[in-house]
Design a binder for this molecule. Structure first.
Ligand code: ADP
Length: 283
């Protein structure tokens, strides 16, 4: 309590550059739309772009949906949105009487992304932090999500201002870290873990993507991007849920063609089962 009072007294209300978890930050949280009831919000984070963060977000959404959960994906990667393409979503969202109606994939996953708003999705988004914050708050507050068991948030890559903005704007219940084998030996996991700890958000799991390649003929596994370190990292940071995804050209093809919902290789089934549990028992 004394600590909290101290923090409030020192607070300069500049949450954009401060990672402390204080009452001022709580004030930045956007209210939920009154026609929405979102039970759990989990963000998927990575140290840099191109390591498969969106692919993991998409695969988890599909797995949860198959388990009978109601699922939503909020694409918070405003400058590099790739969720709509993965699900083959092209139709722009519409505004209804009570708010914005999110996009819906073939199997019924709700999606909100800047690409479902912009007229030309190839236009670069070059907005500054406060504009991005306000767009994210609108994705949370102005979208009529309805009843959702689990919302997955595809975060911008890194541990800088952009992902920090999302941490501040949305009421996250946990994060899942995605990294390649090379990245897992770098400082990125430490940075992500520190950021989550400082903001009091649990790390629910870690995914090593492009972990290995399995030869289709002899089924021998090859560590193309270096030996796996995910188990030791998980142990070091006390992360209970670990998953490995191999380099899978079929999966890449499905994503590139907007057909991720047709994917049969369920590398993330265990992690999805953990997310499907009620909040208190999930870790
Ligand atoms: P990020 O969201 O981290 O920027 P993406 O999920 O968009 O990365 O993935 C980048 C590219 O790599 C995509 O074309 C995706 O299909 C491909 N990719 C990601 N993971 C794998 C994998 N395990 N096997 C094959 N291709 C992959």
């Amino acid at each position: 309590m004394a600590e909290e009072v101290k923090k409030s007294e020192e607070c300069e209300h500049d949450c954009e550059s401060c990672k402390e978890n204080c009452p001022s930050r709580e004030g930045m949280k956007a209210p939920m739309n009154k026609h929405s009831d979102i039970k759990k919000v989990v963000a998927v984070v990575s140290g840099k772009g191109g390591v498969g963060k969106s692919l993991v977000t998409g695969m988890l959404a599909v797995s949860l949906q198959k388990m009978g959960k109601t699922v939503a994906v909020l694409d918070a990667d405003i400058t590099g949105p790739s969720i709509p393409k993965m699900f083959g979503l092209t139709e722009k969202v519409k505004s209804g009487r009570v708010g914005i109606i999110p996009g819906e994939t073939k199997t019924g996953i709700e999606v909100m992304s800047i690409n479902l708003i912009l007229d030309n999705e190839d236009d670069p988004v070059i907005w500054r932090g406060p504009v991005v914050t306000s767009v994210l708050q609108q994705f949370w507050s102005d979208v009529v999500w309805g009843e959702i068991d689990c919302m997955l948030v595809d975060l911008p890559p890194g541990t800088g201002d952009a992902p920090l903005t999302v941490f501040q704007a949305l009421p996250l219940d946990g994060i899942i870290i995605v990294a390649s084998p090379q990245e897992l030996v770098s400082v990125i996991v430490k940075k992500a873990a520190n950021m989550a700890r400082q903001m009091d958000i649990p790390i629910l799991g870690i995914v090593e993507n492009m972990s290995y390649y399995e030869c289709p003929d002899c089924h021998k596994r090859h560590s193309i991007f270096g030996e796996s370190h995910v188990d030791e990292i998980a142990e070091k940071y006390l992360i209970k849920n670990v998953a490995k995804i191999p380099i899978d050209s079929n999966l890449a093809k499905l994503c590139d063609n907007g057909k991720i919902e047709e994917n049969k290789a369920d590398y993330l089934e265990g992690m999805a089962k953990m997310l499907a549990k009620p909040k208190k028992t999930q870790e």
